[in-house]
Design a protein around this ligand. Structure first.
Ligand SMILES: Cc1cc2nc3c(=O)[nH]c(=O)nc-3n(C[C@H](O)[C@H](O)[C@H](O)COP(=O)(O)O)c2cc1C
Length: 185
């Protein structure tokens, strides 16, 4: 085991689920893949994403005051890699990658067609906590999900859809549905 002081720029805590945050501001749509995202509360339903101020999406979210969180199956890993290696500063990602959208329910946020789940979030707070990423907290005001790939308790069925996981440095993978165990302790 190596032991060092502090945390190097690394991916030691990965794999993470790759999500794609969507934002529409002044009629421009942009998408940014994120792995630093987390559910924070059931009631009210809160979802947080950490985005660097270097990203074009960062100020778009601040101005729009809302964003979407999209979860795409593993077959879309290539799209996620492309969205994460280009900036909305330079390209219109929707046109460039021929992204089809589905209608939002409550907010004016872009949802990618083909998601197995997506959230529409109203920005309620943001802070960088002195770090180099801003943590945006959104209240989830509408949810989209494919009922064919979740069971009655709304847990994902990996035999029906493969989630997209990320190891860092453009290494993507998914789960082995055969490894599924229900362990009640
Ligand atoms: C799978 C994946 C996950 C990423 N996760 C994050 C993240 O959590 N936060 C972040 O600020 N950038 C993250 N990035 C980097 C941005 O997605 C990338 O810089 C993107 O090109 C920014 O686009 P924009 O300039 O259009 O906003 C990630 C990239 C990839 C490929």
């Amino acid at each position: 085991m190596e032991r060092i002081e502090g945390l190097p720029k690394s991916y030691l805590s990965y794999p993470m689920v790759a999500a794609v945050v969507g934002v529409k501001e002044a009629s421009k749509i942009n998408f940014i893949p994120v792995v630093w995202h987390v559910q924070l509360s059931f009631d009210p339903p809160l979802y947080g994403v950490a985005i660097s101020p270097k990203r074009f999406s960062h100020d778009m979210i601040l101005k729009a005051g809302e964003f979407s969180v999209n979860f795409l199956p593993f077959e879309h890993a290539e799209l996620i890699a492309k969205l994460g290696s280009t900036s909305g500063r330079d390209v219109d990602k929707v046109k460039e990658f021929d992204i089809k959208l589905r209608d939002p329910v409550k907010l004016d946020v872009p949802i990618i067609d083909g998601v197995y789940a997506a959230f529409e979030c109203e920005l309620i707070e943001h802070s960088a906590f002195g770090g180099d990423h801003t943590f945006f907290v959104g209240e989830v005001v509408a949810t989209h999900f494919d009922p064919n790939v979740f069971d009655e308790k709304l847990t994902l069925e990996p035999q029906k859809v493969l989630p997209t996981l990320y190891l860092g440095k453009y290494k993507f993978l998914t789960v082995d549905p055969k490894s599924l165990r229900i362990i009640k302790g």
